[in-house]
Write a new protein. Structure first.
Length: 216
């Protein structure tokens, strides 16, 4: 049976609908950076997803090709994820989607080296005839975070985020979003096939122990 990250690491991919605190290990990703409204038809964000999946499936199907990746095991391609921020905004302003900066990512299995990644980028470009040069091998050490399963529209996320922040504060933590530690989302539903009210999204925010007298 293929290894499924969502099932093997339920604490990271299937959190409850109430906030929890979790410590994440460093993870390697396929990553594509960009800016702008993710809903724009034919926009940069949707193009980034095509690049991510092109490389992800090239690696997954390498077992049937010419490259034998050391340590390879069969696995389910992990879900799409994203890191989001806006310049000059504390947190996320969902009414200003055109101002989004984002890093779209898909997790890489630990057996994938940078050399394997570089091969996959070249192989995907060769087979699909596109430009995959925007994709990068990214290691992200997320560390201590508060997270929650959000059920519903992406535009309704602020209510869930508020619950997360209040919970973190009650546990003695302060929000720690910086240019290195970002708002993180994991998309467990296909928005093309699932109605907005039923979308499942993991929301994760970095935190740190609160200093005495400091606000969240």
């Amino acid at each position: 049976m293929a290894f499924d990250f969502k099932k093997e690491y339920k604490e990271f991919y299937m959190p409850p609908k109430t906030p929890t605190v979790v410590t994440l290990p460093a993870v390697n990703y396929i990553a594509v950076r960009g800016k702008g409204d993710p809903n724009a038809e034919g926009g940069e964000y949707k193009q980034s997803i095509e690049l991510l999946y092109g490389i992800a499936y090239t690696i997954k199907m390498s077992k049937k090709g010419s490259r034998a990746i050391e340590g390879y095991f069969d696995y389910v391609v992990p879900p799409l994820e994203g890191f989001w921020w806006q310049e000059g905004v504390s947190g996320i302003d969902y009414s200003r989607k055109a101002d989004f900066n984002w890093i779209s990512v898909i997790r890489l299995p630990d057996f994938v080296t940078r050399a394997d990644f570089d091969w996959a980028v070249s192989e995907a470009a060769r087979k699909k005839g596109g430009d995959f040069s925007k994709a990068e091998f990214m290691t992200y050490d997320e560390g201590l975070c508060v997270q929650c399963m959000h059920i519903g529209s992406y535009d309704d996320e602020p209510a869930t985020v508020e619950l997360m922040h209040r919970f973190a504060e009650s546990q003695g933590y302060a929000l720690d979003i910086t240019d290195k530690r970002l708002h993180h989302e994991i998309y467990l539903s296909d928005a093309r096939k699932v109605e907005p009210a039923k979308l499942k999204t993991v929301i994760r925010h970095p935190i740190a122990p609160a200093k005495p007298g400091s606000p969240l």
